[in-house]
Structures are given as C-alpha cells and as structure tokens.
Design a protein around this ligand. Structure first.
Ligand code: RIB
Length: 314
C-alpha cells in the first residue's frame, strides 16, 4: 500500500511583497506599484503546494504567538495542511520575509527567521511517529542547520526517504549527504555546494556527480526556464523547460518540491514525479505571489493536457 503522508520540516515566513518596475540598486529608493501580504517560508510553501496537489501533509515548524502566526494557522486550515505538529513560541516573532519583485519576475528576498530558528532536535524527536509514517520528508535550510541535519539522519535511519532543498544555500556537513535520497539544488546552490559552475545540462550533470560521490542517491538540478536534470547511479535524464509567460518566480522552487513529494506520495515513479513537479512549477511562475501562485491538482492536469502530455492518474 502506498504511504500517502508527506512531512515537511521547515520555515514559515509571512511575505511582505513589494512590486516595482525594476529592483532597487544598492542605496537607492524605488517607488513600487503593488503591495500585498501573504504566507511564505520555504518549508510552509512546500507543504501547502503538496496539499494543494492532493497529498496528505504534516508540516513541522515553529511560529510566534502574534498576528502573523495566527494568519499562518488559518492558512493551514484553509489549504488542508495538518497543524498538529506546528509549535508556537510566545517569546519571539514569526518569521518575516520582504520580497521585492520587478516587471520581469525577478526577485530580491530578505528574511528574518525569528521563531523558525527555535525549532529543536527534541521537538523533531517527538514527531518520530509521524515521520515514520511518511512516504517522504522534505527539508530546506531556513531552520537551524543542526536540527535539519539531525532530522535528515533520523528520518533516514527510520527508512523514510529524505529530500533536501538546499536553500538558502550554506555549507553542509559531509556526513549528511549519504542520508539523502534526493537533493534538489538550483544552479546557484549546486555550484555553491560542489564548486562546479552550473550553466547548462552538462555542467549540471557534472555538479550532480559530485553530490553522488558524496553519497546522495538522486540529484535533481533545476535550471529555471531550461528545465532540470536528474542524475543517479543508473544514469542521467534531462527534463526540458516548459515555455510560459513569467510573472513572478518567487516560490517556484518550493512548488517544484511540493509537487515532487505529492506525486511520489500518490505512487508516481520518481521521473514521472519530476515531470509533474516541473509542470506545477511552470504554472506557478505565471502568477504573482507565492501561495496565490500555487496550482491545484486540477490546474496541473489541465496544463499537462494543454501541453499534450500524459496526464497522471492521481
Ligand atoms: O522560496 C520562497 C520563499 O523564500 C518565500 O516565501 C520567502 O518567505 C523565503 O523564505
């Protein structure tokens, strides 16, 4: 029987979005043309993306006891993410991100993690039962890195597949890599962690092989509009990009990870899960915002149908 649970460990950050014609230069004040406030944080985005795509999702994260934290809880109820493993710390603020977007969909993001950095190893240990029931568990790097590494090793020791989205990128202890079933860096993250300058499929494959040598089982290097490359000991597969009109790329990587985990939890083969995640992410960049841009399962099906792709049976 397929274990349908997807667990995500990570951050929630409220997003304060400012859109202008172009991004401000250092020291420059720019007058923008749109503002909105919404949910965000890489872990939370991935959890919500997976839930909107049909997965049964548990999010393990920490928020403050403030308005932004209350908004996060309402969002989970609305989007069908279980809030049973969300911790609240009244002594610190909920994570905050300020996101500036230009007319071409480029962004600048600044985050003050607040409560996110207070999630502890003990709190993860207390979630062993949930983690053990998961088809896959996703991590990113907006929480305390020591806690992330502990969680990855713990989940792996329980036989649960682990996915690390190494964003925002930072050095990782070498001994974590053999505990990763999947790592999903973008080109910048892959370059920072391997020393290989990634600009195309060939260089992505070279970077991926460095991760394989470190012990990762499967590497998915995303290349933005150029698609992505999956490398594992059995070989390499290139997944072409999908041409769309880009509005805002914020959160597209999170949508990819959420889509990948949702598809796996529904029983998809990993390569089919990548195709699905790629389609979901390509839809998300056609819309402004993060949560507002995440597609439903039906929207991804329609998108795949319109692209002449095989629509999955989940
Ligand atoms: O990946 C996008 C996310 O990064 C935003 O939601 C922002 O909160 C930052 O964490």
């Amino acid at each position: 029987m397929t274990n349908k649970l997807v667990t995500v460990v990570g951050s929630y950050n409220v997003g304060l979005f400012l859109k202008g014609e172009r991004l401000p230069a250092l020291g420059e004040t720019q007058i923008g043309d749109k503002f909105h406030e919404g949910g965000g944080g890489k872990g939370s985005n991935q959890a919500i993306a997976a839930a909107m795509l049909g997965a049964d999702v548990r999010f393990i994260g920490k928020i403050g006891c403030d308005k932004y934290g209350q908004d996060a809880l309402r969002l989970y109820d609305e989007k069908g993410v279980s809030r049973a493993s969300i911790k609240i710390d009244g002594s610190i603020h909920t994570g905050i991100s300020v996101i500036i977007i230009d007319d071409d969909g480029n962004n600048l993001i600044s985050v003050v993690p607040g409560a996110n950095l207070r999630l502890t190893r003990e709190e993860l240990e207390a979630e062993r039962d949930v983690i053990g029931r998961s088809r896959i568990i996703g991590f990113q790097l907006e929480s305390d890195p020591g806690v992330v590494v502990h969680g990855i090793k713990m989940a792996d020791s329980m036989g649960v597949q682990t996915l690390l989205d190494p964003a925002p990128v930072q050095p990782l202890p070498e001994d974590v890599y053999p505990h990763l079933a999947y790592i999903k860096p973008n080109e910048h993250e892959a370059a920072a962690l391997t020393g290989v300058k990634v600009k195309d499929e060939d260089s992505a494959e070279r970077a991926a092989r460095v991760f394989l040598d470190k012990g990762v089982k499967n590497v998915i290097v995303t290349l933005g509009e150029k698609g992505c490359v999956r490398v594992n000991p059995a070989g390499t597969k290139v997944f072409p990009g999908i041409r769309v009109e880009v509005q805002d790329t914020t959160g597209a990587g999170d949508c990819f990870s959420g889509g990948f985990m949702a598809a796996l939890s529904a029983g998809a083969d990993p390569d089919d899960a990548i195709v699905y995640a790629n389609c979901a992410a390509s839809l998300s960049v056609t819309r402004l915002g993060v949560i507002e841009s995440l597609p439903t399962r039906e929207e991804v099906w329609e998108h795949m149908h319109a692209l002449g792709m095989v629509v999955p049976a989940f």
